[in-house]
Design a protein around this ligand. Structure first.
Ligand code: XIL
Length: 362
């Protein structure tokens, strides 16, 4: 075989690069199935990392602020609203024809310091209603979805409807959900209203309790006329978890769909802190795990789309929240720290490509 000279090697790698560019990006593939693909985008990435932001632009048809739409950022003092970071994200998205979703209006985390000490049974309804009217009103017609309520279930808290014991639940009981969903519907009827939660992915006993509780809560909300329209499955997966059962997952999504609700994968990432250091071992396991979970979820035509909680391993909340014992950076996202597509990218692409075609909406 003739040995390749330096020139032809260069020409070869340029060709390889061109070929990579012609491989359709995740959102382009998703669109062909009637789905969307998107990612969370942090203020820091948007402001300081143009290369990572360009990859979000290239791969995504939807973005969600990683923090910029949460209470602490948007409502820092009782009489002060600050939309600067949320508006910056929206204007980036608009100028790149990317849609934006809002996250989140009611949560027990991400709150400003003033909120919890101020809140009581007498003022909570007004405070919540004002916040939702002001924030949802500011973005009226501009956001496609709102995660109206986030992480509301915790059966182990032993509260009515298996709700998590939170500042809102203490002050208002289950009515806080009614208030948040009704006020969102009145203020921006066009934004899809989502109940977002985590921990429903495995056959672990506590996750089984959460699945049951979530289905019961949704049924109760619908009976009471609370205008919830979709469930957000956060999809914070763990590649070291061996209790993923595709049939259980597919049945859970089908049960949600049978209530007439849509489903969105809102925060997909795959932690690897239980896996060995070897990168190819981790990447294989992360990719296979995500593929199995996504295949089960995307089988349902009620699923509208998938977002990952960040696009590249340059930045993931998991390194703070679930650090590896060896402190190596986790590899939970579709692109590596050099912004190259990883096996997880290919797994998401393959799962999307094999999803049944559906009619696109929001
Ligand atoms: C996380 C962000 O990624 C962090 O940067 C922030 O400090 C805390 O919140 N579930 C959610 C998200 O719904 O809002 C969380 O985001 C991750 C878990």
């Amino acid at each position: 075989m003739p040995r390749l000279g330096r020139r032809s090697l260069l020409a070869g790698s340029a060709l390889a690069l061109m070929a990579a560019d012609t491989v359709p990006a995740l959102n382009a593939r998703a669109k062909r199935r009637g789905l969307f693909f998107g990612s969370a985008l942090s203020d820091d990435t948007l402001a300081n990392d143009p290369m990572a932001t360009a990859r979000v632009d290239a791969e995504c048809g939807m973005v969600v602020g990683e923090a910029s739409y949460k209470w602490a950022d948007i409502h820092p003092a009782p009489q002060t609203y600050d939309f600067s970071r949320a508006d910056a994200l929206l204007s980036f998205a608009n100028s790149h024809a990317i849609r934006t979703r809002g996250h989140t209006l009611v949560w027990h985390e991400g709150n400003p310091d003033w909120l919890e000490p101020t809140l009581n049974a007498g003022n909570a309804e007004n405070i919540l209603t004002d916040h939702v009217r002001t924030v949802v009103g500011h973005f009226k017609g501009k956001l496609v979805h709102w995660d109206v309520a986030n992480e509301v279930i915790d059966p182990d808290d032993k509260q009515p409807l298996k709700l998590r014991r939170t500042l809102w639940q203490r002050a208002l009981g289950p009515a806080y959900l009614d208030i948040a969903f009704h006020t969102t519907a009145e203020t921006d009827p066009g934004a899809l209203r989502v109940l977002n939660d985590f921990g429903t992915d495995y056959t672990l006993a506590w996750q089984e309790r959460k699945r049951v509780a979530l289905l019961e809560l949704l049924a109760d909300m619908l009976r009471r006329g609370v205008p919830v329209q979709a469930v957000g499955l956060q999809g914070h997966l763990d590649a070291g978890e061996i209790t993923l059962d595709q049939n259980v997952m597919a049945k859970f999504v089908a049960d949600i769909a049978s209530m007439g609700l849509k489903v969105i994968v809102t925060e997909l990432d795959v932690r690897d802190q239980r896996l060995p250091a070897d990168i190819s071992v981790r990447d294989d396991a992360v990719a296979a795990h995500a593929r199995a979970w996504l295949d089960a979820v995307l089988a349902s035509p009620a699923v509208l789309g998938v977002l990952t909680w960040g696009m590249s391993d340059r930045h993931s909340w998991l390194n703070d929240k679930f650090p590896r014992p060896d402190r190596l950076t986790q590899r939970p996202l579709p692109l590596d720290v050099g912004l190259n597509r990883k096996k997880l990218w290919s797994a998401i692409a393959a799962s999307i490509d094999s999803a049944p075609i559906r009619t696109a909406m929001r």
